[in-house]
Design a protein around this ligand. Structure first.
Ligand code: BG6
Length: 367
């Protein structure tokens, strides 16, 4: 059932173009100019009544939520808070009937996430679930459900489920923007057009797997590394770092690029690998100065950049990985792919059980 792949994780990385297509299927109008989410039962009036959004999830799904926050705030201008589900209930969150709580869960069975969902409902909030499993507990108990069409995910380390969650967030963000009028039709059409190109662009990245294997082989000889980024790139950096830790057991830390100098810079020593995600044009200059800081201390820097930025960034880094050109808003759906492949090959180089990393389970049904 691995269809010729050595591991489920690799198979699932390769299935992402299909997962993107399937998650978009039936959710875009025929003329390609608007999002259609028939599964959302909220009326326009209810949507206009949303004053704040809480996104609650665990692990990789939480990292999708960090991107979701940027998407929803950017497109719909509604304030969004993000919480890991195991913390949410215990901080007395201010949940009001005008709060929309979005729970994100690949399996739909994660106990912490389910408990957060129930807490939200007890307080009168409306709950939207983004999940990969029809009929799961989370899907059954939420008011509205967006099913990510990633197909079954077997490897413990999530890849296609995460990226499908990003697609779902983009669709939902655009949907909110349509209803609220925060973005015009031309804008929505432009984003949808760019989203339709993503599957091919993911394929183009995957074709460069041999280059990423080389990067991973050299990383696998280290015991520590850093991922840095700003804004949405920081969210992707956090997911890249988690993925690497989960399956290669190499310690890494994801840092907001501008925050390094306020502490962790002391840990940058000669030869340490630093992976910098830089896809946002308006932020890259600042990140470049952070790269100079780490390079001055001997770091070896790989820059993951949006096409069109290779010249500006190329001079400041040791290696460059260029993702195909897309809108800044959508860049996480591409920039995470090389990080997934680096983690996969690093785990392989270390001789680990890639699909079943030690001490982790695919779905955790205890709190
Ligand atoms: C963890 C898994 O225990 O649960 C992670 O090991 C996963 O890979 C997390 O991201 C959340 O799972 P789910 O099914 O709620 O998305």
């Amino acid at each position: 059932e691995k269809a010729g792949f050595d591991h489920f994780m690799l198979k699932e990385i390769y299935e992402q173009p299909k997962a993107y297509r399937d998650t978009m299927m039936g959710r875009v109008s025929e003329d390609g100019r608007s999002v259609v989410l028939k599964e959302i039962g909220m009326t326009a009036e209810q949507i206009r009544g949303i004053r704040k959004v809480h996104i609650v999830a665990c692990g990789t799904a939480f990292h999708a939520g960090l991107v979701g926050k940027t998407v929803i705030e950017g497109l719909a201008r509604i304030p969004v808070e993000t919480d890991v589900a195991s913390e949410y209930r215990y901080r007395s969150p201010i949940i009001t009937p005008d709060t929309l709580v979005i729970v994100v869960s690949q399996s739909g069975e994660t106990a912490d996430t389910l408990a957060a969902l129930r807490e939200a409902k007890r307080n009168g909030a409306r709950v939207l679930a983004i999940t990969n499993v029809v009929g799961s507990s989370v899907a059954r108990e939420a008011d509205d459900v967006i099913i990510t069409q990633a197909g079954p995910e077997i490897a413990v380390a999530s890849t296609k489920a995460y990226t499908s969650q990003l697609i779902a967030f983009n669709l939902f963000g655009l949907y909110l923007a349509q209803v609220l009028g925060t973005r015009d039709e031309a804008f929505v059409a432009e984003v949808l057009e760019a989203m339709h190109k993503l599957p091919e662009q993911v394929e183009a990245i995957i074709e460069q797997a041999p280059v990423l294997k080389q990067v991973a082989d050299s990383i696998s000889t280290h015991n520590n590394l850093f991922f840095i980024g700003r804004g949405v790139d920081f969210a992707v950096a956090q997911e890249g770092s988690l993925k690497l830790k989960e399956i290669s057991y190499i310690h890494s830390e994801a840092y907001a690029a501008g925050e390094l100098k306020h502490g962790t810079l002391a840990l940058i020593e000669d030869g340490i690998p630093v992976i910098a995600v830089i896809t946002q044009k308006d932020l890259y200059e600042k990140t470049l100065s952070n790269i100079k800081e780490v390079k001055a201390r001997g770091a070896h820097v790989l820059g993951v950049v949006n096409a069109g930025m290779e010249e500006e960034v190329g001079k400041s880094v040791d290696e460059l990985f260029v993702i195909p050109k897309t809108l800044q808003l959508l860049s996480p759906t591409l920039s995470v792919i090389p990080l997934q492949l680096i983690s996969y090959y690093a785990s392989l180089a270390r001789g680990n059980d890639v699909d079943k990393p030690r001490n982790l389970a695919k779905s955790v049904t205890v709190e």
